[in-house]
Each structure stands twice: as C-alpha cells, then as structure tokens.
Design a protein around this ligand. Structure first.
Ligand code: SAM
Ligand code: SF4
Length: 314
C-alpha cells in the first residue's frame, strides 16, 4: 500500500534477534545485550505479522538482527517466511561467520540471496573492528554464499575514516574478477564509538578510484558503478550526504515486535499481541504515517532512532 506521500511500501526488514557473535565498534560498542528470550517475537508471531503485511502489499522481506544466524531455527523461520503467499523475495543480512554451516540450508529454505558485512581485508583490523572476529571465517562465509547460489552476493562495507579508507581501491579491485556487488555505506551516527573524523562521504570512493563508471541500473538505495570490464559492481549508499527518503519503500520490525516506519525516527508502534483486523489496522496506520523524511543526520546530528543498530536491524 501507499503511504500518505504516495510511496509504495513493499519491503519489510525483520530483526529476529539483538544478539550477535561479533561486537562491531560502530554497532554495539559496549557489547551488551540485555534482552530476555521471552521479550522477543516467536517465529509464529513473525509469520503472522509478515502474512498480514503481505496482504497489504509487502512482497520483499529481509531477515536481519543482531546476527540472524545466531538465533536457533533461523533456517526454519526463512522457510516459513518464503512460504507466505505474496512474498516474492527473502534475503538475509549477516556477518557471514556462520554461513559455511547454513548457506545451503538457507538456499533450500527459499532465501534468494545474502548481504555480508566486511569492513576490512586485514585480519588484525578485522579482529579490532569486530571485537575479536576472524577474517578467515567471514571470507569462508562469502565463499559459502557463492557455492550455495545465494547470488548476487552483496558485500557491505561501512566507510570509516582513518580505519579503512586506505583500503577503498583494494575493495573495488575485488569487483574486477569477482561478480560481487560491493556496497560502501556511509557510517551513520547511531551511538557507536567513532568520532566526527570517521564520517566519510560516499564520494570519496569516486575520488580514490576515478576509473569507476556510473551505471544506468536502478540499485535501490545504492548508486551503482563498475570498473571498465569488471565482473562485479560497486554501490554507494549515502544516507548522510544524499539521503533517499523520497523513494524509501521500507518498514522495519524490531525483535520485540515494534514497527519502525523510519530508521532514524524514535517513532515505534507495537504489534505484539495484535491479531486479525487489529493487526492489519496497526500495520496500515504505521505505513500511512511513515515520516516524509528523517531529521538532519550528520556527524553533528546523531540519529533520532534512540537505539544502536543491532537492536533495530540494519
Ligand atoms: N549482523 C549482520 C551484519 O553485520 O551484516 C546484520 C545486522 S547489522 C546491524 C546490518 C548492517 O548494518 C551491517 O552491514 C552493518 O555494517 C551496518 N551498520 C551497523 N551499524 C552501522 C552504522 N552506525 N552505520 C552504518 N552502518 C551500520
Ligand atoms: Fe553484529 Fe552485524 Fe552489529 Fe557487527 S554490524 S555487531 S556483526 S549486528
């Protein structure tokens, strides 16, 4: 259905846990997650909410978190979601660490493709940024996604000044031979531990790799580029320097059952314990009243979300 600003809302992002097996410094810097298991939606509740949303025109779902693959039964949930009439695409965002174990099962359960987070290709820096993660595990996860046919694989890289900007050309080089879509995402001020100097505009990628040529394809929230003759693509996602509120088609559901019509607004509407027409009405209201745009968002004006990313679902 359309919101009051005539945007067709067709994409639901579902966070199924706040927990994670990593501790990325920009996402959950204090490394704590207080939530009790009873506070989060059961798979049956998620299925019921998604079915109601599908009746209102949602046809694409992304499963995220925290780290979705640490929730027991994630594959089964994906199967439940992909079987809902009207749902045409189910994707997953993951740090990749558990993909060698689950990639084939996810594919078989109806998952179309995965986005995998990778902010550096240096093992020591990877351990630093993720609070102890292993780069090899993440790279094995990317390979497992390819092997399972969860394609096109997208790799998400958050641009962090002073941390990974020197690696931009090496990241882009990866797309020359590999059919991957590498997406550079501007760091969003959401309570992580980086200061002002860490916020880099997406434009820096084009400055560092002038060889990149723009593509006419619609990349959703990403502007797309390619190296001449490159097998993969490069996407720039610039929520700070070029926000995309005017074409935003998303609705979010947090793990405890709150709808968030806008990532950067504090507005949340609980759908927990709502059923049937009451559930659909709440979804309709949330969609219709989706804010036209978020407030100013830059290094001096933090997000009004009031939560860190792992508790929303990036
Ligand atoms: N654990 C999974 C992962 O890392 O892909 C899924 C959840 S994570 C919150 C989803 C995405 O949000 C990741 O690509 C992560 O890099 C991104 N993210 C987290 N905090 C962010 C921030 N402050 N600014 C920009 N992106 C952020
Ligand atoms: Fe975990 Fe993903 Fe957040 Fe990193 S970005 S701490 S992997 S939820």
């Amino acid at each position: 259905m359309k919101d009051q600003f005539e945007r067709e809302i067709s994409y639901l992002r579902i966070s199924i846990t706040d927990l994670c097996n990593l501790r990325c410094r920009y996402c959950m810097p204090d490394g704590v997650c207080q939530k009790d298991h009873r506070d989060i939606l059961s798979f049956e509740e998620i299925q019921e909410i998604t079915s109601a949303a599908a009746e209102l025109g949602i046809h694409k779902v992304r499963i995220t978190g925290g780290e979705p693959l640490v929730r027991r039964g994630c594959v089964e949930l994906c199967r439940m979601i992909s079987g809902i009439p009207g749902i045409r695409e189910v994707d997953l965002t993951t740090n990749g660490i558990l993909l060698p174990r689950y990639a084939r099962d996810l594919k078989e359960a109806g998952v179309n493709r995965v986005n995998i987070s990778l902010d550096t290709m240096d093992p020591e820096k990877y351990a630093y940024i993720t609070g102890g993660g292993s780069l090899k595990d993440a790279m094995d996860g990317i390979q497992a996604a390819f092997d399972a046919g969860l394609t096109p694989v997208k790799v998400n890289t958050v641009l962090i000044g002073g941390f990974n900007d020197a690696e931009i050309p090496a990241f882009v080089e990866m797309t020359r031979e590999t059919p991957v879509e590498l997406r550079f995402i501007e760091l969003m001020p959401m309570g992580g531990e980086f200061g002002k100097e860490a916020y880099l505009p997406g434009q820096i990628v084009l400055d560092r790799v002038p060889e990149l040529k723009p593509l006419p394809e619609n990349g959703g929230v990403a502007r797309l580029y390619r190296l001449p003759g490159g097998a993969g693509r490069v996407g720039l996602i610039s929520p700070l320097s070029r926000h995309f509120c005017g074409t935003c088609n998303r609705l979010r559901l947090t793990s405890e059952g709150n709808l968030k019509p806008c990532l950067h607004s504090g507005q949340e509407i609980s759908v927990r314990s709502k059923h049937g027409e009451a559930l659909k009405d709440t979804l309709r209201q949330a969609i219709f009243h989706k804010p036209q745009m978020h407030g100013i968002l830059d290094a001096d004006h933090p997000s009004e979300a009031g939560r860190t990313m792992n508790t929303i679902g990036g």
